[in-house]
Design a protein around this ligand. Sequence first.
Ligand code: GLY
Length: 422
Amino acid sequence: MKVLVVGGGGREHALVWKLRESPRVTQIFCAPGNAGIGRIAQRVPVSADDLPRLVAFAKNQRIDLTIVGPEAPLCAGIVDAFEKEGLLIFGPTKKAAEIEGSKVFCRQLLQRWRIPSPEFAVFDSPAEAQTYVRRKGAPIVVKADGLAAGKGSFVCLTVDDALRAIDAVMRERIFGPSGDRVVVEEFLEGREVSVMVVTDGHTVKPLPPSKDHKRLKDGDQGPNTGGMGAYCPVPFVSPDLFDHIVETIMKPTITALASEDRPYRGILYGGLILTKDGPKVLEFNCRFGDPETQAVLPLLNGDLAEICWATVHGHLHQLSFGWKKGACVCVVMASAGYPGDYEKGKVIEGLEEAEALDSVYIFQAATEYQNGLLVTSGGRVLGVTAVGKDFAEAVERAYGAVGRIRFEGAQFRRDIRPPVTN
Ligand code: GLY
């Protein structure tokens, strides 16, 4: 089987790494990939957003299966474009991907189907949104409707912050047309958890829960980022609670989409919050989470290519796969200045020594070769990942590896692990 993976971050490195284990996979391409992916797959110099060239590549190379990492091509209709040409591709259609592509659609869908969610209101006028915020008070959440590279959600602790967020999104249009509308939501308190399921539209199979760390600094301080680390599984999600989440949130959402003529296939990612009134949906994503996927896939006891193949063929019910006991921790190493401005081209050292450690996997996110040297090429540079028989071992291994890697200004969190108390 010839497989094309679309994307070029740590998530895609983890996908390619896991696909390589499959005896059915003969060749893996990745567009555009990164330096680390280039060591284990053939890179294709085509951007993940260039749908016509991706289709042409898949046709010319007779790709058997394409797996898409990022949301932008999914929301732009890459699955529709591939299917129109008779090409097999893992992921939701444009209509189904709207669950991530439009926060308004997502909230209204969940409301129609009574899937547990925060209270919300939708506005296409900034003045009306601001009047609502003044009436509701803070804390309150403001979200741009469309895609915003993970930056479109503002948790506002004061009314002034919320008014400013509305100005930035709707008047200054910092996300362009993604800010034509906003959702203003109730602020919820509780622990957050990420739950991914794979579905062919009928069968739904959950992946174990994982936990992202969105803030830059230890103790959930500092600005929001794309994710500074993740762990899997999540000790504070009991098996009963997990079943409850799958049965009352994940499955009903897939049923709701199908009932509204948007059958869903691929990975559905729920960003959930465990409130005192039960789990509720903060957001849905139409794809594998990042960095969560880097912490989940090392625990998969199964063939990822088979899972994706069965999904696109609607045969997921015929497949069984399991999960290793133990724990996995992924610590993101980022460039100095991230998530603000940062410099690129910093030489990365110590990677080979770190990779040689027991049960350590280093997924590269923003790396390139420059004059034969591995250098940084973006904000989040590496996902330093380790598996252990328990969290103590996984954490020790992951941070042991982090300690061997050097690049100028590297920043990382030191607290990627479950809380001590449940
Ligand atoms: N970890 C959050 C996301 O994948 O969007």
